[in-house]
Design a protein around this ligand. Structure first.
Ligand SMILES: *[C@@H]1O[C@H](CO)[C@@H](O)[C@H](O)[C@H]1NC(C)=O
Ligand SMILES: *[C@@H]1O[C@H](CO)[C@@H](O)[C@H](O)[C@H]1NC(C)=O
Ligand SMILES: *[C@@H]1O[C@H](CO)[C@@H](O)[C@H](O)[C@H]1NC(C)=O
Ligand SMILES: *[C@@H]1O[C@H](CO)[C@@H](O)[C@H](O)[C@H]1NC(C)=O
Ligand SMILES: *[C@@H]1O[C@H](CO)[C@@H](O)[C@H](O)[C@H]1NC(C)=O
Ligand SMILES: *[C@@H]1O[C@H](CO)[C@@H](O)[C@H](O)[C@H]1NC(C)=O
Ligand SMILES: *[C@@H]1O[C@H](CO)[C@@H](O)[C@H](O)[C@H]1NC(C)=O
Ligand SMILES: *[C@@H]1O[C@H](CO)[C@@H](O)[C@H](O)[C@H]1NC(C)=O
Ligand SMILES: *[C@@H]1O[C@H](CO)[C@@H](O)[C@H](O)[C@H]1NC(C)=O
Ligand SMILES: *[C@@H]1O[C@H](CO)[C@@H](O)[C@H](O)[C@H]1NC(C)=O
Ligand SMILES: *[C@@H]1O[C@H](CO)[C@@H](O)[C@H](O)[C@H]1NC(C)=O
Ligand SMILES: *[C@@H]1O[C@H](CO)[C@@H](O)[C@H](O)[C@H]1NC(C)=O
Length: 414
């Protein structure tokens, strides 16, 4: 099943010994063609015990490595780099139809290596396995990330940069098509509202410096939650956009129905919930409650956004009061409307209609429209009515005044 792999190609870096060196590795298949390629710089910071206190070891992945054990498969490939005195680093790639990604990076270090771990109290090997959540890269693309990417676990920090990588290479040739990581897209060319991408996820682009087009309106879709009896107990129709501020930068992302799954729980006592899980890395959880015997409203919104391979941005507010309507009816708001959730996150909904309770026959009940609770309309009406009354009063006063004058006149002149 696995093709055989072998040779490590070592890049000779001209004259002198650079402080940081590139580790350039090609794994060959049984026909001696490159089937997996990796060029990168890695440094490691490892805390280890010296007589009960933490000592820090700093070292880099050397340019000379041994790739014994690396394998290119149809669905799964692994690159293993042995270096120094018994240390090794490996990356696992999986293929899913027309994309591939790395899901796991394993680093093993040998505390018996006195050059790297002088005076170590403990001995033997330690292994750190990092789940590496990466978005799919199209087959036929190589992945490029010049920016730093960091994995931190169990006292070990691995920093990667200047990464060029491709797995599942066809015909032994590195592709010309590139998928760059978002961190590499210059921030000056990324407008405050980015093209539906989250930081840290991969943007597929041939020319990373082009300005992404403005985000189109989110696509409307009806999401259903069913109960144990298989009848729909919560329905929500909406186009949904998430806007958030992460480390001082504004991002926007549309929930795309075709990559989103809906789940939730219905009317468990007085609570119903809906969870939208967009595989692009966004999960939104809506919690509705019955306020009293008459109304329901949206009380809690919790949003989780995967902003990086190892980081999730979470925002929750459980003291909201949005989308309120009578029990037995649905709430509706067709206009595009922003709903602040926290200081750093808001949701924008379009073509909204929700009914979290008392759904019958998988259909929405009568809607209560958000226009009726919009004071923006009531105020002009009130002003208009007041003005009308005023005009009427003036007109009536005028005629009464004229009649009184005329009566006076008649009395004076008759
Ligand atoms: C660690 O402790 C032992 C015994 O107390 C001592 O002999 C040794 O020198 C210490 N090593 C270091 C690096 O402090
Ligand atoms: C590892 O590389 C990062 C990024 O270049 C750098 O900030 C850090 O100081 C380096 N650490 C060591 C131990 O060289
Ligand atoms: C690579 O490592 C393996 C086992 O760790 C060893 O058998 C082999 O000789 C090494 N190859 C080279 C070129 O050093
Ligand atoms: C992968 O390919 C198979 C067969 O070509 C197809 O049935 C399946 O739906 C594809 N899966 C995805 C996620 O595209
Ligand atoms: C290791 O221990 C030796 C002798 O105990 C000492 O001279 C040396 O400074 C220690 N090295 C480190 C890095 O702690
Ligand atoms: C040493 O490092 C480990 C791992 O980060 C940490 O859990 C521990 O508290 C540290 N110990 C000391 C004495 O700093
Ligand atoms: C990364 O690669 C670029 C070009 O290949 C090089 O100019 C730069 O010095 C490298 N960065 C580091 C930190 O080595
Ligand atoms: C680039 O990608 C396109 C489509 O994704 C593919 O048709 C083409 O063969 C690729 N080019 C190279 C050089 O890999
Ligand atoms: C939800 O239910 C409505 C009405 O039954 C139906 O039209 C719609 O297709 C359903 N949506 C999903 C995603 O199942
Ligand atoms: C589901 O079915 C059970 C038994 O048929 C019934 O008691 C229950 O009321 C039903 N629940 C709903 C929400 O329709
Ligand atoms: C999902 O929908 C978006 C927008 O309508 C479209 O651009 C994209 O191609 C669709 N993706 C799939 C896999 O259907
Ligand atoms: C939750 O929303 C309410 C109403 O919009 C707001 O007053 C409150 O500050 C928010 N709480 C948090 C934690 O953002």
């Amino acid at each position: 099943m696995y093709r055989y792999a072998c040779v490590a190609v070592v890049l000779i870096l001209g004259c002198g010994i650079p402080l940081f060196q590139t580790t350039d590795v090609s794994i060959l298949d049984k026909d001696n063609k490159t089937c997996m390629y990796n060029n990168m710089m890695v440094n490691f910071t490892v805390l280890y015990n010296v007589n009960g206190t933490n000592s820090t070891a700093n070292f880099v992945l050397p340019e000379t490595v041994n790739t014994t054990g690396s394998k290119c498969g149809e669905k799964s490939s692994v690159m293993i780099l042995h270096f120094g005195n018994g240390h090794s680093w490996s990356i696992h790639f999986i293929r899913n139809n027309d994309t591939y990604k790395s899901d796991n990076i394993t680093f093993t270090y040998n505390l018996n290596d006195p050059k790297i771990f002088p005076n170590a109290t403990e001995t033997g090997y330690r292994t750190v396995e990092n789940e590496y959540k990466m978005k799919g890269i199209p087959i036929n693309h190589y992945y490029k990330c010049m920016s730093n990417d960091k994995l931190v676990k169990d006292g070990v920090t691995q920093t990667f940069w200047n990464v060029t990588s491709q797995a599942f290479i066809k015909n032994g040739e590195l592709s010309q098509n590139v998928t760059v990581c978002d961190a590499d897209i210059p921030s000056t060319t990324v407008p405050p509202t980015t093209n539906g991408t989250t930081p840290g996820t991969n943007a597929t682009t041939a020319a990373p410096t082009t300005t992404p087009p403005p985000l189109p309106n989110p696509e409307t879709h009806t999401y259903n939650v069913s109960n144990a009896n298989n009848s729909v107990c919560l329905m929500a129709t909406m186009g949904m956009r998430v806007s958030y501020n992460y480390h001082g930068k504004e991002f926007q992302i549309n929930i795309e129905p075709n990559r989103t799954t809906a789940g939730g729980k219905c009317a468990e006592s007085n609570v119903s919930s809906l969870t939208l899980n967009d595989s692009n890395g966004v999960v939104i959880n809506f919690t509705f409650i019955k306020s009293d015997s008459k109304n329901f409203f949206l009380q809690e919104v919790s949003v989780q956004i995967k902003v990086d391979v190892s980081e999730t941005f979470k925002q929750t507010n459980n003291t909201l009061r949005y989308w309120e309507a009578s029990l037995g009816s649905s709430y509706m708001c067709n206009k595009m409307q922003a709903y602040p959730i926290t200081a750093n996150l808001s949701l924008t909904a379009l073509d909204l209609r929700v009914q979290p309770f008392n759904l019958e026959n998988d259909k929405y009940a009568t809607a209560e429209d958000c226009r009726s609770d919009n004071p923006g309309i009531i105020v002009p009406i009130a002003v208009g009515v007041a003005l009308g009354v005023l005009v009427l009063v003036v007109v009536v006063a005028y005629f009464i005044g004229r009649r009184t004058n005329r009566n006076n006149g008649y009395e004076q002149f008759s």
